[in-house]
Design a protein around this ligand. Structure first.
Ligand SMILES: NC(=O)c1ccc[n+]([C@@H]2O[C@H](COP(=O)([O-])OP(=O)(O)OC[C@H]3O[C@@H](n4cnc5c(N)ncnc54)[C@H](OP(=O)(O)O)[C@@H]3O)[C@@H](O)[C@H]2O)c1
Length: 247
């Protein structure tokens, strides 16, 4: 019988001097966007405009982490997730004593996901992060190895509790592969640490096109500030690495 993880641990950050001692997984958002700041076109199709170098960059980042967070909208758009396949990256994980693939964690309040998606046939560990209502339809299924169940009073995922569960399950580092709704939820919960944004040489436009952070938006005066850690340029793409400054 599958273990259902209930609201058990709240995020607990201890501050020692000026240094935060993490007791939750650290997060890095990795997204490709058009030069006008869209992560997909206005039809919200799968974004495949990044170059081969961008895909290799994404795979290198995924190879570094214990788990990958994927929004349900992203999974519905792509139907699959990105696996680590390069031999040198698989070897690196093996040398670090990590499982060959990070856990793929789908985030969805409703958990209304098509079990026929190719994602469910990919050789990766799959967990579902959802609410009690969402978990109901997957309890008898083997599609997910684990159901992580949390809920806020407004029936969305309780991110602090969820991150407590992920930390308790041994996940120290997470890659957040989008989309904009998931990133906005994590930003609102103050759970974002770093971002890798690839600026790709195209313009998508469209008020309905998703951006790296969607959600309700933030007033400029309250906007989280970023520190630029690194910039790389390869051909016409720019790879920007930011840290979210803690207030
Ligand atoms: N360019 C890139 O690098 C890149 C990367 C990823 C995605 N994308 C694009 O982004 C688009 C998808 O992004 P999106 O913003 O529409 O979707 P998304 O962020 O992938 O997923 C949104 C869904 O996640 C769940 N969710 C998010 N916050 C939640 C919360 N607080 N509580 C409970 N559930 C929550 C909900 O699932 P339920 O509705 O199931 O409850 C929500 O509908 C696609 O067009 C894709 O191509 C681009």
């Amino acid at each position: 019988m599958r273990r259902l993880f209930q609201l058990e641990a709240d995020l607990n950050i201890k501050v020692a001097g000026n240094r935060e001692q993490e007791t939750r997984p650290t997060t890095t958002v990795i997204l490709a966007m058009s030069a006008d700041g869209k992560i997909a076109d206005a039809s919200r199709t799968a974004a495949r405009f990044g170059s081969a170098q961008d895909k290799a960059h994404l795979e290198r980042q995924v190879a570094l982490v214990d788990g990958v967070l994927l929004g349900a909208g992203t999974l519905r758009a792509y139907g699959t997730t990105l696996r680590v396949v390069r031999p040198e990256l698989l070897e690196q994980r093996q040398q670090q004593g990590k499982p060959l693939q990070p856990v793929q964690i789908v985030c969805s309040r409703s958990a209304a996901l098509d079990p026929q998606l190719p994602f469910f046939r990919q050789p990766v560990p799959r967990w579902l992060l959802t609410t009690p209502a969402g978990a109901r339809s997957w309890q008898e299924s083997e599609a997910f190895e684990r159901l992580l169940v949390t809920e806020t009073p407004i029936e969305t995922i309780d991110w602090q509790a969820a991150f407590g569960q992920l930390w308790g399950s041994g996940l120290k580092t997470l890659a957040v592969l989008g989309g904009g709704a998931l990133v906005a939820s994590l930003l609102e919960a103050n759970l974002l640490d770093e971002l890798w944004l690839t600026v790709c040489p195209l313009l998508l436009g469209g008020v309905a096109a998703p951006t790296p952070v969607d959600g309700k938006g933030i007033m400029a005066a309250l906007a989280p500030r970023l520190q630029l850690l690194e910039v790389k340029t390869i051909d016409d793409e720019v790879f920007l690495h930011y840290r979210v400054k803690k207030v």
